[in-house]
Design a protein around this ligand. Structure first.
Ligand SMILES: [Zn+2]
Ligand SMILES: [Zn+2]
Length: 163
């Protein structure tokens, strides 16, 4: 038998994975077994099995600890964030007085609810999307603050002009 990768060289063994002949040069020993180079790479590259992604399964969804934590996007954008993340309970934030409580609840529990109600590709995907929401929330907040400042300045100008 010849080496599968060097047709001119005699094989010294066969790969336990694909059965191809391997020469001294190609042989890779893994756990006392012979592998050819491509198979050895594949075995090495095999990702460590990740925890199962249960997002979107409602109460059955197991919320990874990385997902938990304060959610600025949910806190700042409340019901808008809720619509985008399938957290419809966020609409309660539109109710006067109750809404204030809801906004803080969203900040504290929003991430968990979003994980349970919507299917996410991975924790990384979830975090990436939530980060974008947080930036938007911050943008809206800053915009609101700027509007208020302009409003107050206008009032001062008008009052000064009237005096
Ligand atoms: Zn092989
Ligand atoms: Zn070879």
């Amino acid at each position: 038998m010849k080496c599968a990768y060097h047709p001119e060289i005699d094989a010294i063994g066969t790969c336990v994975n694909c059965g191809k002949g391997v020469c001294v040069e190609c042989k890779t020993m893994l756990g006392g077994k012979i592998y050819c180079q491509p198979c050895a790479d594949e075995v090495f590259a095999k990702p460590v099995k990740r925890a199962e992604d249960t997002s979107g399964q409602g109460a059955l969804a197991v919320v990874p600890s990385e997902v938990k934590g304060w959610n600025w996007g949910a806190f700042l954008l409340s019901w808008i964030w809720g619509l985008g993340n399938n957290v419809y309970i966020a609409l309660l934030s539109l109710i006067p007085f109750v809404g204030i409580v809801m906004v803080f609840l969203l900040g504290a529990k929003g991430s968990e609810w979003a994980w349970q109600n919507k299917k996410w590709e991975s924790v990384e995907h979830f975090k990436r999307v939530q980060r974008t929401w947080a930036y938007w929330g911050l943008g809206v907040l800053l915009f609101g603050v700027v509007l208020w400042i302009i409003y107050i300045i206008l009032i001062i100008i008008v009052a000064a002009a009237g005096a």
